[in-house]
Design a protein around this ligand. Structure first.
Ligand SMILES: Cc1cc2nc3c(=O)[nH]c(=O)nc-3n(C[C@H](O)[C@H](O)[C@H](O)COP(=O)(O)OP(=O)(O)OC[C@H]3O[C@@H](n4cnc5c(N)ncnc54)[C@H](O)[C@@H]3O)c2cc1C
Length: 318
């Protein structure tokens, strides 16, 4: 049995592994150059900056054990950061990848057949098979089963012609988030490594350089609030980055102003309204859907969703 999995974030890699364990021949696609999705990292001057999830929690014993059993303890470490402010459930500190957060998905990838830089633009059902096409309308191949793990709106674009699935996917809502990486000539003295609601417009500041292995000094990741992001949604990184920098500068007034390294807009950063179903399955169609937005908005939710779908497939859902 051949299965195609779309998306190489935590959910996609987890389900791909599950299907492989069940004996399927799996191909994993992602439009990005590497794995990680919203927990990916950028290389910067020989080091790393985590511009998606800066860290993640393992609130269930199962998730923690799963990672421990599959990723070397050097590549997935507990981060004992000092926190200032009151984090929401999706901001709880727990673990990080080392030297970068995408080391986690990279570690889980193993020798799975991974096709990076391949955006799936269209799916087509032909008889009992799924045909996948890329942006250039080239046929990539035929599969018996397809699993989608992209954020809800990107999943919707691929399933809009399957009414029973599309109507469900449409119920989930996601919200954007602007982030910026800045560097200070001297780290902030006495500041916590994670600051929640540190200044108007900023939801979180995380000391990237305080995480082991990042190989940079004085780098901070600024995460805008949902309202601030909405107000600046359609600005360019060149316009929005300096504004985020200003919010930081006004609050902390460092000796030298921070240097903006980059700004990035996550158009589908967080789940606003979850589906409240662990996964979706198209009866008789051999198509499955998983991802954080099925049940929540964390890395662990993405894993739980994928594991639940994998279990159901192993039990032989049709
Ligand atoms: C700024 C930020 C901060 C966050 N902070 C935290 C935190 O502190 N703790 C926490 O637990 N979570 C946090 N999160 C949320 C966390 O990152 C997500 O819950 C989790 O990574 C979702 O994993 P996923 O596999 O469901 O989706 P994703 O990681 O989004 O993976 C989906 C993948 O699908 C790919 N894709 C999409 N469309 C296509 C297509 N057509 N063809 C091919 N590939 C496609 C994408 O490139 C992506 O790699 C944060 C997210 C952001 C953006």
């Amino acid at each position: 049995m051949k299965a195609a999995v779309i998306g190489a974030g935590m959910a996609g890699i987890t389900i791909a592994r599950q299907l492989r364990v069940q004996g399927m021949e799996v191909t994993l696609f992602d439009k990005s150059k590497g794995t990680g999705g919203r927990m990916s990292s950028r290389s910067w001057q020989g080091g790393w900056i985590d511009h998606g999830a800066p860290y993640f929690a393992a609130r269930t014993e199962e998730f923690y054990s799963y990672l421990q059993a599959r990723i070397p303890s050097t590549a997935c470490q507990r981060w004992l950061a000092r926190v200032q402010g009151i984090p929401n459930n999706d901001e709880l500190v727990g673990y990080i990848g080392v030297p970068r957060n995408s080391s986690i998905t990279r570690g889980l990838l193993g020798d799975l057949n991974f096709q990076p830089s391949t955006r799936i633009a269209r799916l087509e059902r032909e008889g009992q098979r799924w045909l996948l096409f890329n942006d250039g309308e080239s046929l990539l191949g035929e599969w018996d089963m397809v699993v989608l793990s992209a954020p809800a709106p990107q999943t919707y674009a691929l399933v809009r012609d399957i009414p029973e699935i599309a109507v469900q996917v449409k119920k989930a809502e996601m919200e954007p988030c602007w982030v910026a990486a800045v560097q200070l000539s001297l780290p902030l003295r006495k500041a916590a490594e994670v600051m929640i609601d540190p200044a108007p417009g900023l939801r979180r500041i995380v000391a990237n350089s305080a995480k082991p292995g990042r190989n940079n000094d004085g780098v901070y990741l600024l995460q805008a609030t949902a309202d601030w992001t909405q107000e600046h949604l359609e600005g360019s990184p060149e316009q929005v980055g300096p504004k985020l920098c200003e919010l930081f500068d006004q609050k902390f007034t460092p000796a030298k102003p921070p240097v903006l390294l980059f700004a990035h807009r996550w158009r589908y950063a967080f789940t606003k309204t979850a589906l409240e179903k662990e996964f979706l399955w198209g009866r008789g169609l051999q198509i499955g859907i998983c991802g954080d937005w099925c049940i929540g908005r964390t890395v662990e939710d993405a894993w739980i969703s994928a594991m639940a779908l994998g279990k159901r497939i192993s039990e032989g859902i049709q």
